[in-house]
Write a protein that binds this ligand. Structure first.
Ligand code: FES
Length: 656
């Protein structure tokens, strides 16, 4: 019997190889070798991130707008759209190092973290541990006092802590007779006071110090704090990229992958593996014993939480868009795959609805807006824009799908905010040459979200594009390269880039970015209109999320993404998801408050909201169809060009 011919596919620069059958998907071959490949769209050919260069051999590939004619001649293909036809040698893009400063904020000298929380709110936080360890001595039984071991343990716990009839899991009861008698009825007990539950009973009296972990499972990044539960001190932090990225960069693509056979188990496995290695590193760096870690508090968006718990997320993206749960049950760590934490329970910050999760509840908690009189808007900017508006009386929230453009997806030269990403751009108004600031020390490799917002803002201001985002072709811009009617603007020339290729922005890229910014602004306006309020009613706007930290607010206003109000009303909060989890871990009051906040937010679904659609369409101009919504931008444009310019500023009249 003849077996099907298999081809050897070798990947450079590392030399890894795999044998695959004829027609095998090239991106899958990369993943089979456990190599990384950016795959924002999950492998359906729409993000352009999985480009590779075929150096030797033949593939059957589908034409793509992400591969220019000249790149095609050099052997570039989208790996997800290519099938193996012979032995191959393929060069992968250089792995980008993860950025050291994933948004986690800084520490003061005491180790207390100030990230993701307003200073005002921080001063109100009281450490009030709700998981404690107590040494107790259980009464001895006798012929005249023949009550059960369980009864006497519960009685001692009640006397020491005030907790009536705590729940004790069966596995602890099984060991109870020996645990009690090993050290003459002296035991130490870990108790969850808020849920009246015993987490562990161990023989003898011991050190009462215990620790907890706050974990943010973001679509892009993971951040974990190891916290001393008595002092509130953050002992160490681990952060990294979510390993599920290679199976789809945004939540929709993750859900699609989870729906495939074995997909959910696979996504769960990779995230749990990552969490376990973060735990291992924290324990190693701090010397804290795994057995002294008693709680893990997780905040994440609904899809990430479903994937972590191994619950199918499918119905989050199918009308009427519901979650399986907004708050998952408290579980022993070993039951959810974190087996090394033998004495810990895993808790989660409750979410609100299908696209508004515990990460946003955490953000509202960290901002303190839920306890203030004045009206505030909380905005988490990432792959999705998530918003909550309100105050201590009421809160309303929504989520608008901005797409992955602000994280560099769907943009030819886009990349995440990591080493080599252009994060700031200024255009010279005479020569149209770009000056760029890059993350890290090296040459520019691509453009991240904040850089893209700067570029759009600068191009609009300097007349490189008009209000529809189309290039002004008659302004003598020598950095505008046109091929068969398609133009792109060169930000960094090939000889100055890390990749050896031009870094540029095309009209399609601009279109994607304008769509993303239109969705965010439409979300804000629609939410406010639902409660008959206007932009000027907002006393504060809190910006959270990875993009927030590097965002130039003025440019975000200039392109019509954020409301045109005084810049001093904007406050950056960094990663509020992990901060909210940290607060819930440390303070019983915050833990209770997180449940209340999640319950108090009214969710509105924008995908079926006509006002949102109208606002969105109006936002497909720079900054907006009606310039009256952006008075300071209108004034600025007028001061430069002496005309409002309905078709865009155009080339500045240098004689005026
Ligand atoms: S285009 Fe290939 S993964 Fe997105």
């Amino acid at each position: 019997m003849s077996s099907q011919k298999r081809y050897l596919v070798k990947f450079l620069p590392g030399g890894e190889s795999v044998k695959v059958p004829h027609g095998y998907n090239l991106r899958q071959a990369i993943l089979d070798c456990k190599l990384n490949i950016d795959s924002s769209c999950g492998g359906v050919g729409t993000c352009g991130r999985c480009r590779v260069q075929v150096l030797e051999g033949e593939v059957d590939t589908t034409e793509s707008r992400f591969i220019s004619k000249s790149d095609k001649e050099k052997g570039f293909v989208l790996s997800c759209m290519s099938r193996v036809k012979s032995d191959l040698t393929v060069r992968l893009p250089e792995a980008r190092k993860s950025r050291g400063s994933i948004t986690i904020g800084g520490f003061d000298s005491t180790g207390k973290d100030y990230a993701g929380i307003s200073t005002d709110e921080l001063s109100k936080v009281e450490i009030e541990p709700w998981i404690i360890k107590e040494n107790i001595t259980v009464e001895a039984p006798s012929l005249s006092y023949g009550t059960s071991d369980l009864y006497r343990v519960k009685k001692s716990i009640m006397e020491k802590t005030g907790v009536q009839d705590p729940a004790i899991p069966i596995d602890l009861i099984r060991k109870l007779p020996y645990t009690l008698r090993e050290k003459d009825l002296n035991v130490s007990v870990i108790i969850d006071l808020e849920n009246s539950a015993v987490i562990d009973i161990s023989p003898g009296h011991g050190d009462k110090r215990i620790y907890g972990m706050a974990l943010d499972i973001g679509t892009t990044t993971l951040v974990m704090y190891l916290v001393d539960l008595q002092s509130g001190k953050i002992l160490d932090i681990q952060s990294g990229y979510n390993p599920q990225i290679k199976y789809g960069e945004d939540i929709i693509n993750r859900i699609v992958y989870a729906n495939r056979k074995g997909g959910l188990e696979h996504l769960r496995e990779v995230i749990v593996d990552s969490i376990n290695s973060m735990v291992k590193n924290l324990v190693k760096h701090t010397g804290v014993k795994e057995s002294d870690i008693v709680s893990v508090m997780i905040a994440g968006n609904p899809t990430m939480m479903h994937l972590f718990y191994g619950v199918p997320p499918r119905f989050i993206r199918e009308e009427p868009y519901v979650t399986v749960a907004n708050r998952f049950s408290n579980s022993p760590a070993k039951d959810v795959g974190i087996g090394q934490l033998v004495n810990a329970y895993v808790y989660c910050v409750p979410g609100v609805a299908s696209y508004l999760g515990g990460d946003i509840t955490s953000g509202v908690l960290a901002s303190g807006m839920y306890r203030e009189e004045e009206l505030a808007l909380f905005l988490d900017l990432g792959t999705n824009g998530e918003l909550v508006v309100g105050n201590s009386q009421w809160m309303m929230g929504c989520s608008c799908s901005a797409g992955p453009a602000f994280e560099g997806g769907g943009v030819n030269c886009g990349m995440r905010a990591s080493e080599g990403a252009i994060e700031k751009v200024v255009i010279d108004e005479d020569s149209f040459k770009c000056s760029v600031d890059v993350i890290g020390e090296g040459k520019p490799a691509g453009i991240c979200g904040s850089g893209l917002i700067d570029i759009i803002g600068e191009m609009y201001l300097k007349g490189v594009i008009d209000r529809k985002g189309k290039f002004n072709r008659d302004i003598g811009n020598e950095f505008l390269a046109c091929e068969e009617g398609d133009c792109h603007y060169i930000i960094v020339e090939a000889n100055s880039s890390a990749t050896g290729n031009d870094i540029y922005i095309s009209e399609i890229d601009i279109e994607n970015l304008i769509r993303a910014k239109a969705a965010v602004y439409a979300g804000i306006r629609t939410l406010l209109e639902e409660v008959d309020l206007g932009i000027n009613d907002l006393a504060k706007i809190y910006i959270a999320g990875g993009l927030g930290k590097h965002l130039n607010i003025r440019n975000a206003v200039m392109i019509g993404m954020l409301p045109d109000i005084s810049l001093d009303r904007y406050h950056f909060l960094g990663n509020t998801a992990v901060t909210g989890a940290y607060l819930s871990l440390l303070s019983a009051e915050k833990y209770r408050q997180s449940v209340k906040v999640a319950g108090d937010i009214t969710y509105i679904e924008l995908s079926v909201n006509m006002k949102f659609m109208d606002r969105y369409v109006a936002g497909l101009f720079l900054p907006y169809t009606d310039m009256k919504d952006f008075p300071s931008v209108e004034e600025h444009i007028y001061s430069i060009y002496k005309k409002p310019g309905p078709a865009g500023p155009g080339k500045k009249d240098k004689t005026s």
